[in-house]
Design a protein around this ligand. Sequence first.
Ligand code: DAH
Length: 335
Amino acid sequence: MKEKLKKIVADAIKEVNSALKEADVLNVKSKFLGKKSELSLLMKDIKNMSVEDKKIYGPLFNKIKTDLELKINEKLEEIQSKIDIHLDETLPTDEEIGSLHPISIVAKDVTDILKRMGFTIVNGPEMEKEYYNFEALNIPKTHPARDMQDTYWLSNNDLLRTHTSPNQVRAMQKFNAPLRICAPGRCFRNEDMDHSHETTFFQLEGMVIDKNVSISNLIYVMEGMLKEIFKSDVKVRLRPGFFPFVEPGFELDCSCLICGGKGCSTCKNSGWIELCPCGMIHPNVLKESNIDPEIYSGFAFGLGLTRLAMMKYKISDIRILNSGDLRKLSEFNIE
Ligand code: DAH
């Protein structure tokens, strides 16, 4: 037995000494001290030994173990200290300090504002059921509005959602009325890409349902939200716009931020910029989600977050946003 132990110790020390890397030392450790090591197997035999042998071998095994552990730890420290010597912190590195993506920043800005106005943030799946994306929003299979929202269909007949509006339905069916939610998220459409069209973009859906909610409430909330977003005294106006899930539906314009409404090239001399479709929720949409339109009314809006980020950071090509090209993205001087 003693001979066996001597050999184990000698082998172990030899291997520790010749180890070059931390990983080598750890391998030696598990080979000689691990549960399946020869030493551990021999130790199991102690219980079958005579009392005298136990007195000898018990402490001997312990000593061997602690000595080997010590030796291994010394070797590890030695290797680690050598690594430190090679680390020259004065050498230049390629690392750059990152920043949040422009879309993440505007999404956070807007949701922070809406949270203060009492909105709850919700979200839903990007792979959506046809029912939530279209049917429950008063867009039946044969409706021409589906043409404007061509998307990617999945093999199980689900689709990539074309807008954040399905969150309206999910929220109504989960929480019923009264309700005040917003839902930022990624949307998809089958688009030919150019500087202002992407297959993937971001929107933020907003929805308020309560008793006696009117168009005045819609205007008040939108104006309040946009004033805070742009940190200036923007005016809003509504033009008629068609969306099957609202009645009446509007295109909301805000006074041009560049010229203050006087007329410039950005607003094509009109003084207004088209910003956010919205409207009073269609009774069919409320009914479909078990909310009685005789008792409750509400409004909804779909703010284009991608558009907002492009306006805020003066990004002229939408494709930059999803490109992952840090050289381009870091041009926007984002705080
Ligand atoms: N979901 C619409 C789209 O992407 C935008 C929209 C229009 C959202 C009117 C609304 C709304 O909530 O009321 O084209």
